[in-house]
Write a protein that binds this ligand. Structure first.
Ligand code: FEO
Length: 170
């Protein structure tokens, strides 16, 4: 049985993952408006991935026989100076999510919930990749600077991303 503390924290994480999805959806639209269809695609795939994360945690709560609590999803920032600022914010956001996942894993251990700890470790490890991808793109953007030709090359690269459901059995 999930402790109330862990249930609250997991419910909060469902909200945070859906907030992430909404944030990336807003960013995807902003990139599209900037004429960067590849960046827009990458961010849209990211939004889909976040929805899959949120749904996975939601289903886990039900599997543990508990009832999730729901709250309003905050409105993310809706205007961005340029694509550099977008990806700087992606990295900053993922670093924040990593902290949340680590805290959740620590809380599960404190509550002696080993299954909950194992469940959260998937997210802890996933965050390493999430931060690495955002860092890689941001570093490329820093090298590109104001070179629009190079920016379009990166945009083409990001157009190739396809959403892969991390939990295909669900
Ligand atoms: Fe679900 Fe990007 O963390």
């Amino acid at each position: 049985m999930l402790s109330n503390k862990l249930l609250d924290a997991l419910s909060n994480q469902v909200n945070a993952e859906y907030y992430s999805a909404y944030l990336y959806l807003v960013m995807s639209a902003a990139a599209d408006e900037m004429g960067l269809k590849g960046c827009s695609n990458w961010l849209f795939c990211q939004a889909q991935e976040e929805m899959a994360h949120g749904t996975h945690i939601y289903k886990y709560i039900l599997e543990r026989g508990a009832a999730p609590t729901f709250a309003a999803i905050d409105l993310p920032p809706t205007s961005f100076e340029d694509i550099h600022k977008v990806f700087a914010m992606v990295l900053e956001h993922e670093q924040k999510v990593s902290k949340m996942c680590n805290s959740l894993a620590s809380l599960a251990m404190q509550e002696s919930d080993h299954a909950g700890y194992q469940f959260m470790m998937w997210f802890v490890n996933e965050q390493v990749e999430e931060e690495a991808s955002a860092t890689e793109i941001l570093n490329k953007l820093k090298l590109i600077g104001d070179d629009s030709g190079m920016l379009l090359t990166l945009d083409n690269e990001l157009a190739a991303r396809m959403f892969q459901d991390p939990f295909p059995a669900e």
